[in-house]
Structures are given as C-alpha cells and as structure tokens.
Design a protein around this ligand. Structure first.
Ligand SMILES: *[C@@H]1O[C@H](CO)[C@@H](O)[C@H](O)[C@H]1NC(C)=O
Ligand SMILES: *[C@@H]1O[C@H](CO)[C@@H](O)[C@H](O)[C@H]1NC(C)=O
Ligand SMILES: *[C@@H]1O[C@H](CO)[C@@H](O)[C@H](O)[C@H]1NC(C)=O
Length: 224
C-alpha cells in the first residue's frame, strides 16, 4: 500500500518535471548586439511555437544590411534536409549553424559568426518560413526578427552594470560607516550607563547603611 503511494508520488513528480521542462524548452531570448572584432559571435534568433500550434516544418533565411547600405542581401539559409548554405562572399566559411539540430520544426535559428570583422556591423534579419500541417490543410507563416549588430574593438560594459557596481561600493562603504557610528554610539552609551550604575550602587549602599543605622537607633529608642 505504502509502496504504491510512493510510486504514485514519484511518477507525479516526474511528470510535473517533464511537463515543466517541455514548457521551459523554448524562450524567446533577444540576441546580444555587441560583438568583439576577431572573436566569434552568436547571432540569436528564436521563434517559439504557441502551444495551440500543430506540428510543422520550418526553413530559415538570414539577410544582412551593412551600415550605410540601402538594401538587405541574403547571406544564409538552413533547412534540416540540406543543412546550411552560405550565400554571400563576406561570410564565406565564417558562419556555423547554432540553432535547432534535431527537429525540422525549427524554433531556434541562431547562427554563429566566426572571426568577426568591423564590416559585419549592421542589421541582420532572420526569417522563419514555417508550414503548419493541419488534418486537411497546410498553413504557412513567416516570422522575422531583427538584430542590430555593433562591432567593437574590445568588450565595453553596459552603463547599467557600471552604475550597479558603483552603487554596490557606495552601499558597502555606507553600511560600514553606519556600523562604525553605531558602535561608537553604543560604546559611549554603555560606558555612560556603567558610570551611572556605579554611582547608583554607591548611593544605594550609602542609603542602606544610613537606614540601617536609623533602624538601630529606633530599636534602641523602643527598647528604652
Ligand atoms: C555555435 O557554433 C560554434 C562554432 O561552430 C560552436 O563553437 C559553439 O559551441 C556553438 N554553440 C552552440 C550553443 O551550439
Ligand atoms: C581573422 O580575420 C583576420 C582578418 O580579417 C585574419 O588576419 C585572421 O587570420 C583571421 N583569424 C582566423 C582565426 O581566421
Ligand atoms: C571591409 O570593407 C572594406 C570596404 O568594402 C574593404 O576594403 C575591407 O577589405 C573590408 N575588410 C574586411 C576585414 O573584410
């Protein structure tokens, strides 16, 4: 009896985790937009399918417009069957697929640029051409995303990260100063209280002695 309950709980937990993982598997994270010259860079492009959408098949196209140019040019295509095709000399032998590998129902169309040059600065656009297969018809959709890429000589840090670091130091120093002030204040208070207590103790002793002698005197008087 107990074993079966344990088994049930165990399978429930497993199912929950599995379902959770299914849902967590696709998240539309925006691509980074700053590449370092000479290094590699992942151009991110993710289009998650909605839960209501049926099985489908997607092919991917990437376009590029260099800074100062008027038009987009096709640079790259990917399908599960044929793999990748680089379509522009500027990117020849410099692009690798970083997207979905196992499924033809591609949701991640990210690509990896090797050995980034300053000429790679510009606007990238990825397209998902997705065909959803319903029981008796097909429905095709196109989803596109844009990435504005800047190529820098060295990684620069975002202003937000600098501000938060400064804030961290300010708050650490502030806390320490506050702690110090508090300690000095407490120390003074305690030593003052100590002196007071000593004085009071002395007073109390004096009073006690005084009242004792008075009692003695009274006793003497009564005895007379
Ligand atoms: C992306 O591709 C590059 C180059 O092939 C590789 O080094 C890197 O590990 C890949 N990253 C992912 C997440 O697939
Ligand atoms: C990267 O490109 C630069 C010039 O654009 C070249 O000098 C260098 O050898 C390349 N590095 C690699 C690893 O391909
Ligand atoms: C960048 O573009 C300029 C002008 O089109 C060209 O002269 C130069 O060789 C290119 N540099 C690289 C590293 O491809």
């Amino acid at each position: 009896m107990e074993t079966s309950i344990h088994l049930m709980l165990f399978s429930l937990i497993c199912t929950t985790m599995f379902v959770y993982q299914c849902h967590a598997a696709c998240a539309e994270v925006d691509s980074d937009t700053e590449a370092v010259a000479g290094a590699g860079f992942k151009l991110g492009c993710i289009s998650c399918k909605k839960r209501s959408e049926v099985k489908g098949y997607a092919t991917v196209e990437w376009f590029f417009r260099a800074n100062g140019e008027a038009d987009f040019v096709p640079i790259y295509t990917y399908t599960k069957e044929t793999g990748q095709t680089i379509e522009h000399d500027l990117f020849m032998d410099r692009v690798d697929w970083n997207g979905s590998k196992r499924s033809g129902d591609i949701q991640d169309a990210s690509i990896y640029l090797l050995n980034v040059t300053f000429n790679d600065s510009g606007t990238y656009q990825c397209f998902f051409n997705r065909i959803l297969t319903y029981e008796n018809h097909e429905y095709s959709t196109t989803i596109s995303k844009v990435v504005h890429l800047t190529v820098v000589a060295k990684a620069t840090r975002g202003t937000a990260s600098i501000v938060s670091e400064v804030m961290m130091y300010v708050s650490i120093i502030g806390l320490q100063v506050w702690l110090l002030i508090e300690m000095i204040y407490c120390y003074r208070k305690i030593s003052a209280a100590g002196e007071e207590a000593l004085r009071e103790a002395a007073n109390a002793e004096y009073l006690a002695i005084a009242s004792e002698s008075k009692d003695n005197c009274a006793g003497v008087q009564v005895g007379e």
